[in-house]
Design a protein around this ligand. Structure first.
Ligand SMILES: O=c1ccn([C@@H]2O[C@H](COP(=O)(O)OP(=O)(O)O[C@H]3O[C@H](CO)[C@@H](O)[C@H](O)[C@H]3O)[C@@H](O)[C@H]2O)c(=O)[nH]1
Ligand SMILES: [Mn+2]
Length: 730
């Protein structure tokens, strides 16, 4: 038998398990203390509220420790696959971009170049770029990218370069190179020059908004236009330098829903079905380049392994980021989650789909279940039209994909009419796209939703977390973008929770593994967690203002429960950060942001969903702004400081901070000798430390300052709170 292509290895967690258990027991004791207190003293508003909040915290913590248990890791052997060339399947790569001003074209170009250059048989790859911005600039940049690609790709392959996104490759010093021969240096210099020229051309096109003569773009409005599908580069067998590159801007009409990224992915699925119809689909966002030229080979290994052939739906690589801010100021590098939480899922049904860096099996996206045999083409006839839409060509391609026929069609020369038809704005009307096949609609987090529906059918997924990382993307680098992204995620999660597609039903009536059910419930409850957390944050301030207590007093021995909880929980976090190679400051920023995020963007995610349920507003996919190193920064930069804007998202945080400050000072001023309970003071001070960047922001101007209007609103809310607390009216 051939050597295995991949292996699983258990991960040892050591002390983390003990800390999990201890913290959980302490949380239970705290609940016990509350119940005892309420029984002996009768109903007590403060303690009752505290009990409810702590109950919720204990519940989410329980979910989390269940998710983290029994982690696994997978190792792949891509070089073994390379030796079995005839078994290597074709892969279609989808790149999505939506807005050239928020997503600089140079970034998309680098992502595309890194894909064109991967170590994978060139004739088995096709790269499709979806441009929801319908931008001639993006199109022009891609045509220029191909010209550069013709020298870049052979250079990378000749010298075995691992990182094939030119902007990253050239940002590393030449000294790091192994091969320093004269020939190499000579070529390196030429190619660097060419890359700089490409950057200049792109910059110029961006500035002058001039992409040359492109008649098919004339008169198009990005929100209202017919489909534009262009083969930018076709790989002909005799050349075999670059894989196919196809530009797709799907048709849109103003009032017709286009379902954001999910809609774009479904159009790419159909367009690629007509052109190359590869059995596997890799999808990356425009900011996520291939960081290791072996990435696709690695990702294909689990699919080829005979043990998994029948049950793996997708292979997910972690989201990793390059050029993150120092010490993870906004806590959005997700390293601990990717290293310590997701591996727990890997040991079960597999990781959730994260929207990028993921290889899908095409058949699964066509709605097939793991136990269904490859279909027999004749049976389904008219049902196929109902499901997949009214295109004969596409039904043919679907049938062969579902039947497992690998090599249909042989060339890109399919009919333009068919292509335009499947990419038109109304092709999906009355079909199952977005509901039973393709990427699912109805949530702005289409990724987790689609992944969950796939798991619900009983499919497994595989988590590959290689070193060096296979893909790298970028994370938001300022407060407003971070908050907008998180708000969208929370809203998207709740859009799934409150439907018939809720994970609990998927476990009860479908094939979702209970552990995955727990994971999805845990993540969907991020938003609602903001309510107990906001309530809990009011308790110390209220206690200090009204001279009451919600925590055990110093002379009671139960005071050790919350104190130990605080110490052990933070100790656990510090250890996790150190274990994953991060700094103590990164730990602190992350733990602070966990609180800030819950109270600000997550809370607004909940507000958004309530408005949607009341029919007052619709949810939107707001594209995250991506900073490229080539974009100019306006004015001063201060890496360690928070960036704010007028958004109401900053309001709850500013208010909570003001409440703590007011409560603390009032209590010291009134009772200088005995300023309130120790527990309450510690809580209040802790919150002030968590919102420290907000405190600094209150005294600064410009983008590092909290706008005056937000300060006014927060002050009013604080005054109202102080008034009500002092009168003990709440
Ligand atoms: O109408 C749209 C909106 C977005 N996109 C693309 O979707 C991708 C993700 O958008 P981004 O603004 O970067 O969202 P993030 O929050 O950073 O993305 C994370 O979360 C999304 C779900 O909320 C997933 O789709 C992403 O894969 C995941 O990286 C980008 O390539 C966009 O170009 C479209 O193609 N069309
Ligand atoms: Mn993104």
């Amino acid at each position: 038998m051939a050597a295995p292509l991949f292996e699983r290895v258990a991960i040892k967690r050591g002390i983390d398990t003990i800390l999990d258990a201890t913290i959980f027991l302490l949380l239970l004791s705290l609940l016990g203390y509350r119940l005892h207190f309420l029984r002996t003293n009768g109903f007590h508003g403060l303690h009752f509220t505290a009990f409810l909040c702590e109950f919720y915290f204990t519940f989410t913590f329980f979910l989390l420790i269940t998710i983290k248990s029994n982690p696994l890791r997978f190792i792949t052997y891509p070089h073994r696959l390379l030796k079995r060339v005839e078994e290597i399947p074709a892969v279609d790569v989808f790149v999505t971009t939506a807005d050239p001003s928020l997503e600089p074209p140079i970034m998309t170009v680098n992502t595309v170049l890194s894909i064109l250059a991967v170590d994978y048989p060139v004739n088995k790859l096709g790269c499709y770029v979806s441009d929801d911005g319908c931008s001639p600039i993006t199109f022009y940049c891609l045509t220029e990218a191909v010209k550069f690609g013709k020298i870049w790709v052979p250079f990378c392959k000749k010298y075995g370069i691992r990182l094939r996104a030119p902007f990253r490759y050239f940002s590393n010093a030449l000294e790091a190179e192994q091969d320093r021969s004269q020939e190499f240096l000579h070529e390196w210099n030429i190619i660097k020059g060419e890359y700089e020229m490409l950057c200049r051309k792109i910059k110029e096109a961006n500035e002058t908004r001039d992409a040359g003569d492109l008649p098919f773009f004339s008169g198009t409005d990005s929100k209202n236009h017919a489909p534009i599908i262009k083969i930018i580069w076709e790989n002909k067998e005799y050349e075999n330098v670059l894989p196919h590159l196809i530009y797709v801007s799907r048709g849109k009409r103003l009032k017709h829903p286009h379902h954001y990224k999910a809609g774009a992915m479904n159009v790419l699925t159909r367009v690629s079905g007509l052109m190359t119809n590869a059995p596997f689909i890799l999808n990356v966002d425009c900011d996520m380049f291939v960081n290791d030229s072996n990435a696709i080979l690695q990702g294909i290994c689990p699919f080829i392994d005979p043990k998994n052939d029948k049950e793996v739906a997708y292979v997910q690589f972690p989201q990793r980021f390059y050029d993150g801010l120092k010490d993870d100021l906004y806590g959005n590098q997700l390293i601990v989650s990717m290293e310590c939480i997701v591996p727990g899922l890997a040991g079960s049904q597999g990781p959730s789909y994260m929207g990028t860096g993921c290889i899908h099996r095409r058949k699964v996206l066509y709605g097939q279940s793991p136990n269904e045999l490859n279909i027999n083409g004749n049976i389904l006839g008219s049902k196929l039209y109902k499901t997949f839409g009214n295109s004969e060509d596409f039904i043919k391609s679907t049938t062969s994909a579902l039947m497992g026929i690998a090599d249909y069609p042989k060339s890109l020369q399919c009919s333009i009419e068919a292509l335009h038809k499947v990419a038109s704005y109304n092709y999906e009307d009355g079909t199952c796209w977005g509901a039973k096949v393709g990427w699912y609609y109805g949530s702005v987090t289409e990724d987790i939703f689609t992944g969950m529906m796939i798991h619900g059918k009983g499919w497994k997924s595989i988590y590959l977390n290689p070193n060096p990382p296979a893909f790298l993307g970028c994370s938001p680098t300022n407060g407003p973008s971070t908050f907008t992204q998180l708000k969208r995620w929370t809203t998207g999660f709740l859009e799934i929770l409150f439907t018939k597609n809720c994970p609990i039903f998927a476990t009860l009536f479908g094939k979702l593994h209970p552990k995955l059910c727990i994971f999805y419930v845990w993540i969907y409850l991020w938003g609602p967690l903001s309510i107990p957390e906001l309530c809990y944050s009011l308790l110390p301030a209220y206690s200090l203002l009204s001279n009451s207590h919600f925590l055990p007093r110093v002379h009671e021995r139960e005071i050790f429960i919350p104190l130990l909880l605080l110490v052990l929980y933070n100790l656990q976090q510090v250890l996790l950060f150190l274990k994953t190679g991060q700094s103590i400051r990164a730990y602190w920023n992350n733990q602070r942001m966990a609180i800030v995020n819950t109270m600000c963007p997550h809370f607004f995610g909940v507000v958004g969903i309530v408005l949607k349920l009341l029919g007052l507003s619709e949810t939107m996919f707001e594209v995250t702004k991506k900073d490229s190193s080539s974009s100019d920064d306006d004015g001063e930069t201060d890496e360690g400081s928070f960036i704010f804007d007028e958004s109401p998202l900053f309001l709850p945080g500013t208010t909570v901070l003001m409440m703590q400050l007011t409560a603390l000072f009032t209590s010291i001023w009134r009772r200088p000798a005995k300023p309130g309970g120790v527990g309450e003071v510690i809580c209040s001070v802790w919150l002030i430390l968590c919102f420290w960047p907000f405190l600094k922001g209150m005294f600064r101007k410009g983008r590092y300052g909290i706008p005056f209007s937000t300060i006014c609103k927060s002050s009013s809310l604080t005054l109202l709170f102080v008034y009500l607390s002092e009168k003990k009216k709440i």
